[in-house]
Design a protein around this ligand. Structure first.
Ligand code: SF4
Length: 376
């Protein structure tokens, strides 16, 4: 089969590897562009969330490049994630595309269906071979997550603007080429060495921001206007609430999601509301407790779970003394508007930090009291 799939951050080289290991041709999607989004938006329902539109545009591009099979996965609601696969399938059928569609529900929700889809994908290979491939893929994801985290740490401290992103691109290309387990190990070590060659100011204490919200707009840089890079270049260290390995552990191999943030959310939001809405509430609390300077919530326009979380933001912000910027994103959102809002948010956090330091200097409290405790 010639298979394509949606582009989502660093998942792409891993999907490519799995498909090729199983003897398929990977019609690997390029990073989405404005054209991809316009193509998806043309055929998607107007109020569909932006991840749906970008992924639909990516499928259409893949089919044009000769793919005959689409690989997709989806959530189980109660938001629209539960309908993603079926809706994509119907839209593409209406457009008369001749293709097969392999759709994965979370394995623990529909084990029988998951098994049948996996059977289709593995072809003549043994289950043992498939298991080894999946384990290897998880190992590759773990290295890629580690590289992303390292880039997020170094970027706001780099001496030469852009050097971290260039090193990351080099490291990413190396990882993409690595196929066997020993190659992944070797490429991982080389990739880490490339990152460590970036010179940076070890004494700097940049602002720290937690990124929370819906998974696709968190993980796909095109969908979030390259937010991590933008903030890094403004001198801000970021940390996301979702990485691919944590998502795999909490949401694919479990039906519970990330319990550490869900538990924190309970006094404010006691039940799941779909997507990562409840997690977003808990993540704001977690980042505040860890002394972060602020939180950016990323939400596709009309995303119900994130709208629910957003309704609690003023209270959380007040109770925990942490500023939260919510960015609702759709195809009308402009890069300049996002940049302006980020710059204003960074200014606000800097002022709060300086004010906190001045107040800490005046107070007789312990010198390492968290700044957030002193800001109402
Ligand atoms: S989590 Fe939000 S963006 Fe994702 S499918 Fe649900 S409503 Fe849409």
């Amino acid at each position: 089969m010639k298979a394509t799939f949606g582009h989502m951050g660093t998942l792409t080289p891993v999907m490519e590897m799995i498909l090729e290991d199983l003897g398929h041709e990977s019609v690997t999607p390029n990073r989405p562009t404005r054209q991809t989004l316009a193509l998806g938006a043309k055929y998607a329902p107007e109020f569909a969330c932006i991840p749906f539109k970008i992924v639909l545009g990516t499928y259409l591009e893949g089919l044009k490049k000769g793919a005959d099979t689409l690989i997709s996965g989806g959530g189980y609601g109660p938001c629209r994630a539960g309908l993603y696969g079926e809706l994509h399938r119907r839209i593409l059928n209406d457009l008369d595309h001749d293709h097969d569609f392999i759709f994965f529900w979370p394995p623990l929700r529909k084990p029988g269906h998951f098994y049948r889809q996996l059977h289709k994908l593995k072809g003549p290979h043994s289950w043992r071979f498939l298991w080894k491939t999946i384990r290897k893929a998880y190992g590759k994801l773990a290295v890629l997550d580690g590289l992303e985290m390292r880039a997020q740490f170094i970027r706001p401290r780099e001496y030469k603007r852009g050097s971290t992103s260039r090193a990351f691109d080099q490291a990413y290309a190396l990882m993409r080429r690595a196929r066997s387990a020993p190659e992944i190990k070797e490429a991982g070590a080389e990739a880490r060495a490339i990152m460590e060659k970036v010179t940076f100011d070890q004494t700097r204490k940049p602002l720290k921001v937690g990124i929370i919200g819906e998974i696709y707009v968190q993980l796909e840089p095109f969908a979030n206007f390259f937010l991590e890079e933008q903030l890094g270049h403004m001198g801000v260290e970021v940390r996301r609430s979702i990485y691919l390995t944590s998502y795999t552990r909490h949401d694919v191999l479990s039906t519970k999601g990330d319990m550490s943030s869900r538990r924190l959310a309970v006094p404010y939001l006691a039940q799941k509301v779909g997507g990562h809405g409840q997690n977003s509430v808990g993540d704001i609390i977690r980042y505040a407790k860890q002394g972060y300077d602020g939180v950016v919530q990323l939400a596709p326009f009309s995303c119900i779970p994130e709208i629910v979380a957003k309704s609690l933001v003023p209270r959380l912000s007040k109770d925990y003394g942490i500023p939260v910027l919510t960015l609702f994103i759709d195809e009308q959102t402009g890069a300049a508007g996002v940049q302006t809002r980020l710059e204003a948010f960074v200014d606000l956090m800097e002022q709060r930090r300086h004010r906190g330091q001045r107040e800490a200097g005046r107070s007789s409290g312990p010198p390492d009291s968290p700044v957030q405790d002193k800001i109402s």
